[in-house]
Design a protein around this ligand. Structure first.
Ligand code: ADP
Ligand code: MG
Length: 639
């Protein structure tokens, strides 16, 4: 029976073909990705139907995909040994559009057409349009197929203009599977018969297809899709090799997360935590995202929907069965399914970091060193806030140097009986934090204070606020009553108590200081928190910390100096001297001069003093006076 039947394409296919043929779109190479993925699907189906292993069937041809370019004939042939198609299947699968990914394309096409011609071309580029995309490069296609279920081999031919023909095949038909012969458009023939070009295209999109792909006699895909393999079969070297293949990073990754998830979405993920960071140039910063595969076929490199930005140091791949291959980039954005993958994957990565922190602190610090700058942005992830907070590390007053780090859990372990707050102090360096007047009461009480050196640390504290029933409180807002209940840890080095006269004179001295400073301060009062410093500035409202206030001032370009209360330490020798001076002469100008000096030094410590000239001038005057007195008193002794 050598009859030849002619069929008309359905209207919507004609429309699609028309667009494909006339599209000026440049990314025509994706047709090969589509045909290879169909071949791979057909091989999968065959394998499932027989229960054979992926490597080879016991009888009949090997499971593989062969690509043969012919430069002179200007043809390209793609052949697989998959299930093949019966006559009914050809008509149902290639003659209609309803079931394939092309249906989605047609829906979006209707919308794009209302916009512009460019929108249409763009759409084709972003989509794979399945089998029909071959007409971007073909003048004619001849598909010869033999179904594994038996029946005659058949030939389907079409120039993609309006109709197709089906007839029985001759003796040269494949023993099993499908052969697609493409008569290339003359202007594209050179490009798509060049073996190097074909290999590059396959490596780009189809590198992890599980069946061997040959271009002529050369096998092109040699790396296996490790993420699809069972974890227990994979050796650490294989992970390392794959990591190097993926990132070009020769160093071993710090950690590997390999997950196969079925609910709420199906996906396989193989991701790595590199030992070094991305770099901080804007361009490098943007160089992140996971490669998204749909059934081993690459859909998008560096997809940024699969992980939140604070985990952007993570490298790797995600493969899902739940997305159509032909999904457009636009549809990928804000895709519900990708959102589900992201939240699941985020939990896995956080879990891996928790494990690392617990089991291998040394490695965890390497992670922290390399990636904390990016990771700290996680304070914005409300859903995982507690887990994030548990992973953040700080330097602390209990440490010997700035290289040591602790987490909030470590702090809580060391907290005093009855302590309900975790205290922190912001400063440009460890030395600055230690010298801060706000640190004094903590030292005295032996209460730990976390040292924060970067502005973002304060954003973290502000966002986290509470951790395991401990409130996070900045040292400058610490309620002295909370701290007073703890016994002093330092031996009482306290100066003698004030005498009755001194006690009586103190309010007067404070009043004189207040007079000198006027409304630059909200209040001048005796302090309970100081032990080594004569004065310090405290926020009157007790909410925003000085460093946070500074950040906000920079943002609003506010250069005024904030009004704070000045706390004075009556035990400090300098203040005692002021009291004595006051007792002798209530109006002694030295008190006002000292007040200025103390106030400006406090501003300097808090980082608010923008013009040091007056301060330095006064120091020089004081030094001049002091050196005069010193010289005189020395002279007296020697006399
Ligand atoms: P999709 O792959 O999304 O289903 P395509 O347009 O790529 O859409 O393919 C349409 C259908 O044609 C496939 O679902 C399959 O049934 C059939 N088909 C295409 N290529 C092959 C092939 N090489 N072997 C067997 N069947 C094929
Ligand atoms: Mg397909």
């Amino acid at each position: 029976m050598a009859s030849k039947d002619t069929f008309e394409f359905k209207a919507e296919i004609r429309q699609l073909l028309d667009i494909l043929v006339h599209s000026l779109y440049t990314n025509k190479e994706i047709f090969l990705r589509e045909l290879v993925s169909n071949a791979s699907d057909a091989l999968d189906k065959y394998r499932h139907s027989t229960g054979h292993s992926a490597e080879a069937s016991e009888e009949g041809p090997d499971l593989e995909i062969r690509i043969r370019p012919d430069k002179d004939a200007k043809t390209l042939t793609i052949e697989d040994t998959g299930v093949g198609m019966t006559r009914d299947e050809i008509i149902a699968n290639i003659g209609t559009i309803a079931h394939s990914g092309s249906a989605t394309f047609m829906r979006e096409l209707a919308e794009a057409k209302d916009k512009s011609e460019n929108a249409v071309a763009d759409l084709i580029g972003r989509f794979g349009v399945g089998f029909y995309s071959v007409y971007m490069v073909a003048d004619e296609v001849r598909l010869t197929t033999r179904s594994h279920t038996g029946g005659p081999a058949l030939v389907w031919t079409s120039d993609g203009k309006g109709s197709y023909e089906i007839e029985e095949a001759g003796d040269d038909a494949p023993a099993r599977g499908t052969r697609i012969e493409i008569r290339l458009k003359p202007d594209l023939a050179d490009q798509f018969t060049d073996p190097a070009t074909l290999k590059r295209i396959i490596k780009t999109h189809s590198n992890f297809v599980r069946y061997p792909i040959f271009v002529d006699e050369d096998r092109v895909n040699t790396v296996s899709a490790l993420w699809r393999e069972p974890k227990f079969q994979i050796k650490p070297e294989q992970y390392n090799e794959f990591y190097t293949f993926l990132t070009y990073d020769q160093a071993e990754p710090l950690s590997v997360v390999h997950q196969s998830v079925d609910a709420p979405v199906q996906f396989n993920a193989l991701v790595f935590i590199p030992a070094t960071g991305n770099g901080f140039l804007p361009l490098e910063r943007d160089n992140w995202g996971l490669d998204l595969y749909v059934r081993r076929v690459l859909i998008q490199r560096q997809n940024k929907e699969l992980l939140p930005e604070y985990l952007s140091f993570v490298k790797g791949v995600v493969d899902t069965e739940d997305l159509p291959l032909n999904i457009s980039r636009e549809t990928l954005q804000d895709n519900l399914l990708l959102g589900k993958i992201r939240s699941t994957l985020t939990k896995h990565v956080l879990g891996e970091l928790e494990k690392l922190a617990k089991e291998n602190e040394e490695k965890y610090f390497l992670f922290w060193d390399a990636h904390s700058e990016i990771f700290k942005g996680g304070y914005q992830d409300f859903g995982n806030r507690d887990r994030f907070a548990g992973l953040v590390r700080f330097n602390s007053s209990v440490h010997e140097d700035h290289l040591e780090l602790t987490g909030l859990d470590g702090y809580i372990e060391r907290a005093k009986e009855g302590q309900k707050e975790i205290y922190y102090l912001y400063g440009p360096s460890r030395e600055a934090c230690k010298l801060s007047p706000h640190a004094e009461i903590f030292r005295k009480k032996g209460v730990e204070v976390l040292y924060l050196y970067e502005p973002i640390d304060e954003f973290i504290m502000d966002a986290v606020r509470e951790y395991k029933e401990f409130k996070l409180v900045s040292a400058e807002h610490a309620d002295s009553a909370q701290l007073d209940k703890f016994e002093d840890a330092e031996a009482e080095s306290k100066a003698e108590r004030l005498t009755a006269d001194q006690e009586a004179a103190l309010p007067g001295v404070l009043g004189r200081i207040k007079d000198a400073l006027g409304d630059r301060v909200t209040d001048v009062r005796a302090s309970k928190r100081l032990s080594d410093s004569p004065v310090c500035l405290v926020n009157p409202d007790g909410h925003v910390t000085s460093s946070m206030d500074k950040i906000m001032r920079v943002m609003t370009k506010d250069t005024s100096i904030p009004k704070k209360a000045l706390e004075v330490n009556p035990d400090h020798a300098l203040v005692r001297n002021l009291i004595e001076i006051y007792k002798k002469d209530r109006k002694d100008p030295f008190i006002a001069q000292a007040a200025e000096q103390l106030y400006e030094s406090a501003l300097l410590l808090e980082g608010y003093l923008s013009d040091p000239h007056a301060l330095v001038g006064r120091i020089q005057t004081l030094l001049t006076d002091a050196s005069g007195w010193y010289e005189q008193s020395k002279g007296k002794v020697e006399d």
